[in-house]
Write a protein that binds this ligand. Structure first.
Ligand SMILES: Cc1cc2nc3c(=O)[nH]c(=O)nc-3n(C[C@H](O)[C@H](O)[C@H](O)COP(=O)(O)OP(=O)(O)OC[C@H]3O[C@@H](n4cnc5c(N)ncnc54)[C@H](O)[C@@H]3O)c2cc1C
Length: 302
């Protein structure tokens, strides 16, 4: 391991390389054991170099954004976690388009759109992910989705090539894309918006923010909606109707405010969350015959 770290120090500054870094510090669930190696590069060249290094050395590589859709194992993660977040963020404005680096938060992106009086990205203001994570998940809310505004995306391919793809090439669907299947690393993207009225844009953003605050348990750590919306149903309603509102395993709990969220009441472990997810799935299947699929991604040594 020491040799690998020494080699990595040739690629990115030492201050951006951490060993045995607790992943609970990098997930909104505040859950997760240590990553063997954790790096947070600052530019495209470093991202490419780390990714090529991992490939050449046969080290598993996991790309992390803001960790807002993840459940990381209590035993942590093998290999290198490559974080594309604050160190690699920034927005350029070009007419009605924003060119956004993958590590930029969606909240900053929607604020930039507001400042430029551009409409079409209000939906994303309260989603606590990075731009890269939002492309991967085709993140969406309040009738908006990344697919509606995304024009093109620059990715690093598994062959180490930097390519710009049209949004249509990413097969964006409900909370999915082909990014993970193709092992792309999202580097940046362009969103095309429309000129709008600043007050109206601001009013819409405030309305969505208030709706979140009222309906979602934002006062607790979570990874957002735990389950995907089953066709023809609402996950939260099914869970509530199954009598599971407030159901708890250890410190993991089905939120009393919104049954679609599993929250961490303090010291929840990944095993608590896994057990709770499994219990919820079984109960909903038993009572309503509906199969629930988790939206939250499980990663690490489960
Ligand atoms: C309170 C709360 C509310 C939420 N509300 C919503 C909502 O309204 N709508 C919604 O869609 N989601 C919502 N989410 C879920 C989450 O914020 C989104 O899915 C978001 O897009 C995840 O982005 P991230 O940067 O946190 O990605 P992460 O959780 O870090 O990663 C998610 C996946 O993307 C991959 N990934 C991340 N960055 C890159 C990159 N640059 N290149 C390649 N792969 C990458 C990771 O490997 C992982 O597989 C919510 C979450 C919380 C906690």
């Amino acid at each position: 391991m020491d040799t690998k770290i020494d080699q990595l120090k040739q690629i990115i500054p030492e201050k951006y390389i951490l060993r045995q870094e607790p992943m609970k510090n990098h997930t909104t669930f505040r859950i997760g054991g240590p990553a063997d190696i954790f790096v947070a590069p600052e530019n495209m060249e470093e991202i490419k170099a780390v990714s090529c290094f991992a490939k050449e050395e046969g080290i598993p590589l996991f790309v992390l954004g803001n960790g807002s859709n993840l459940l990381v194992a209590d035993d942590g993660m093998d290999g290198i976690v490559l974080q594309i977040y604050k160190n690699y963020s920034g927005i350029e404005v070009c007419g009605n388009e924003l060119i956004v680096k993958a590590g930029t938060l969606l909240s900053s992106t929607s604020r930039a759109a507001l400042n430029e009086e551009l409409t079409g990205f209000e939906f994303a203001g309260g989603i606590p992910g990075t731009f890269g994570g939002a492309v991967v998940m085709n993140a969406g809310a309040y009738g908006g989705e990344m697919v509606q505004v995304l024009k093109e995306v620059t990715v690093l391919t598994k062959e180490g090539e930097i390519k710009t793809l049209k949004a249509e090439e990413l097969e964006l669907g409900y909370r999915t894309s082909n990014v993970l299947k193709n092992e792309y690393v999202v580097l940046e993207g362009v969103i095309a918006l429309k000129k709008g009225n600043k007050e109206e844009i601001k009013a819409k953003m405030d309305e969505y923010a208030l709706a979140r605050k009222t309906k979602q348990p934002l006062e607790y750590p979570s990874a957002g909606s735990t389950f995907k919306r089953p066709e023809g149903y609402f996950a939260g309603k099914l869970i509530q109707d199954a009598g599971l509102k407030g159901y708890q395993v250890g410190d993991a709990q089905v939120s009393e405010k919104h049954s679609g969220f599993v929250i961490n009441r303090g010291n929840a472990t990944a095993s608590d969350v896994m057990q709770l997810i499994s219990d919820v799935k079984d109960k909903v299947k038993e009572q309503f015959g509906v199969t629930m699929e988790p939206e939250v991604k499980r990663v690490g040594r489960f």
